[in-house]
Design a protein around this ligand. Structure first.
Ligand SMILES: [Fe+2]
Length: 247
């Protein structure tokens, strides 16, 4: 049992552009910095950037900017790709040594006696290789494990995102995740909305975006807000709590 309290900052769907021009009229760089420099992040033990760091298609200028902003942080910074990232370009800016297997970025990270797993859903699916790896690696861990992936593994009740951009092989992924007894919490992004959902005995936390929030009630794209939102995750011995912040 580990009594140390672990606090993780999760920033997702930054959608940073190649240069300083606004992205869809939004100063996404300023939005990201509001999250990164907020008081809520002052005491984190780990920062996770859970995909779509780049706006459209893995713009190098986006990764350069993000790297410059996080390089002096005193805590580890872990990145996974989203559907707008390019892994080969990301790897030029972030240390992904040993984390890329057959073109997919998946790995585990141990911190404060806890084990976090990270999967790559950038192409819209989670490969069988990753699911098999996750099953065998989580079986080696005593105690709970926690998973990060860009796409939520289930529908979320977001009319636009569910119908257009949900994880393609969600049934296969759900079946695999349900077969991991010590997996209790899954942390995602991609939906530009905040959700907390029960998926069987597992809880799925969908973090909002620092770029913008998308209306979950409309069947087509409707901008809900261009204010940045982000999430913190606190893991104690007997609890997991998330908090969403906005500015
Ligand atoms: Fe995405």
């Amino acid at each position: 049992m580990n009594s140390k309290f672990l606090k993780i900052g999760q920033i997702t769907d930054l959608h940073i552009g190649e240069d300083e021009n606004l992205v869809q009229g939004i100063d996404v760089r300023a939005n990201f910095l509001k999250a990164l420099n907020s008081k809520s992040m002052a005491d984190i033990d780990l920062l996770v950037l859970s995909g779509d760091l780049a706006n459209e298609d893995g713009e190098p200028g986006a990764y350069h900017f993000v790297k410059e902003q996080v390089k002096n942080l005193k805590v580890p910074v872990l990145v996974i790709p989203g559907n707008h990232d390019r892994l080969d370009t990301m790897a030029e800016f972030f240390d992904l040594e040993g984390k890329i297997h057959d073109g997919k970025c998946y790995f585990k990270h141990e911190i404060e006696g806890r084990t976090l797993f990270f999967l790559d859903s950038a192409c819209g699916t989670v490969s069988r290789d990753q699911l098999d790896w996750l099953k065998s690696e989580t079986a080696k861990v005593q105690g709970k494990v926690f998973l990060f992936m860009h796409h939520p593994p289930c529908l979320c009740g977001h009319r636009f995102m569910d119908s257009k951009y949900s994880l393609k092989n969600k049934e296969e992924v759900q079946e695999a995740l349900a077969g991991i007894p010590n997996l209790t919490h899954i942390f995602c992004g991609h939906y530009h909305s905040h959700f907390e959902l029960d998926m069987g005995r597992q809880k799925v936390h969908v973090a909002p975006s620092t770029q913008m929030q998308i209306d979950s009630h409309a069947p087509h794209f409707i901008l809900k807000s261009s204010a940045p939102e982000w999430m913190t995750i606190e893991i104690g011995e007997n609890f997991v709590e998330t908090a969403v912040y906005l500015r």
